[in-house]
Design a protein around this ligand. Structure first.
Ligand code: PLP
Length: 384
């Protein structure tokens, strides 16, 4: 394959053009002066908590402006280790933590280290669109297993897909786009799966782990630290999407490779942003801000859920994250286009979360109550 062909192929991976089309159209309509409301966003609408901003200003004033340690500054890794050890109820050493530019790089870093071209990666559908992108970029074989309606894992089917070339299973709970949570039973069965298939690793994407409305966040990490990799992020929890700060917790042997890789690619996230990250984890005021955000998301979830069910949609109410994933019964792309053109409401077509979801759309409730009310009124009108 010629260099340029490869790039063309990458651009077409994962049906991004559909989502890009909707977003571009939403921006164009807005620029023309139309009252566009976007429920296609994947980020909190709240500003970053003051305590984090203050810590950033302080770090800049204190000249924390030099190259960071390529694994992440030790003070931040220490804060992450304390935070995660408490949450996961296990000791986590700072030697297993790699601080990254947002959580996203943990996906290619994991594949880069664990796979050879032709190896297999299993995604549970619906999935976050960055996963299939990297599977294809690394020339891996993509296998897709559709989750049960309630977000639980169909283990018989999953097992049938695993071969001795299967290196990675990616799980994401709370889920984007469904908001489903990992059950304790599924977690135990995942651990059995690791015992049964010794060349398999699990990448557990837990970026929504703090945005939960009921139930308990369950992670397989504490139960198998050799073969479970954690992807976490400051983006959603602390309304820090633009700051680009996240981390991975890896089996220790992986770190020396990843640090080398990181140091040659990025060195790491901006030094003073890493100092602000310490405040995010340690400042009690910030933690209270997070609790307030989650309460507000819950209020919006309940409101949107009630409106959607009155419109006749049936769905599993999300227990975490900030999305509804609903079957609209027609082509989701067409639905999204027409809803935007006729009512100026942008939603995300379900097809980008996997081929089984062409009749679905994702509705984000990370928007003001006022906008959500107006958007639900317009959606109701549209359906009529
Ligand atoms: N994982 C999931 C499931 C996500 O929804 C997102 C963001 O939308 C990410 C990872 C990446 O987040 P970030 O790179 O901002 O940390």
């Amino acid at each position: 394959m010629e260099f340029r062909d490869i790039n063309r192929a990458f651009l077409n991976i994962g049906n991004e053009p559909t989502a890009i089309e909707i977003n571009a159209k939403a921006r164009a309509l807005k620029a023309e002066g139309h009252p566009v409301i976007s429920l296609a966003v994947g980020e909190p609408d709240f500003p970053t908590p003051e305590g984090i901003k203050e810590a950033l200003y302080r770090a800049v004033r204190d000249n924390k402006t030099f190259y960071p340690n390529p694994q992440g500054i030790p003070e931040l890794r220490e804060a992450i280790a304390v935070y995660e050890s408490a949450r996961k109820n296990m000791p986590i050493s700072i030697d297993r933590i790699l601080v990254t530019v947002g959580g996203k790089p943990v996906i290619p870093y994991t594949m880069y280290l664990l796979t050879n071209p032709g190896d297999e990666v299993i995604l549970l559908e619906p999935y976050y669109l960055a996963y299939p992108y990297w599977v294809k970029v690394f020339n891996l074989k993509l296998k897709i297993v559709r989750l049960n309606e309630d977000g639980t894992i169909p283990f018989d089917e999953l097992k049938r897909e695993i071969t001795d070339r299967t290196r990675l299973l990616i799980i994401n709970y709370p889920s984007n786009p469904t908001g489903a949570m990992l059950t304790r039973e599924d977690m135990s069965r995942l651990l059995l799966l690791l015992d049964e298939f010794p060349s398999l690793y699990i990448l557990s994407d837990e970026v929504y782990s703090r945005i939960i409305y009921e139930g308990e966040h369950i992670s397989p990490l504490p139960h198998n630290t050799d073969r479970v990799i954690l992807l976490e992020s400051f983006s959603k929890t602390y309304a820090m999407t633009g700051w680009r700060l996240g981390y991975g917790i890896f089996p220790e042997w992986m770190l020396k490779y990843l640090v080398k890789y990181n140091s040659n690619l990025l060195t790491g996230p901006t030094t003073f942003v890493q100092y602000a990250g310490i405040a995010a984890l340690r400042d009690p005021g910030v933690q209270k801000d997070v609790d307030r955000m989650v309460l507000e998301f819950k209020r919006r979830r309940d409101y949107v859920g009630e409106r959607l069910s009155r419109m006749g949609f049936s769905f599993h109410k999300p227990s975490g994250a900030f999305y509804y994933f609903i079957d609209v019964g027609v082509d989701g792309m067409e639905f999204s286009k027409r809803l935007l053109e006729e009512k100026f409401v942008a939603v995300t077509p379900g097809i980008i979360f996997g081929p089984s979801f062409s009749s679905y759309v994702r509705i984000s409730f990370a928007n003001s109550m006022e906008n959500l009310q107006e958007a639900m009124d317009r959606l109701e009108d549209f359906l009529k």
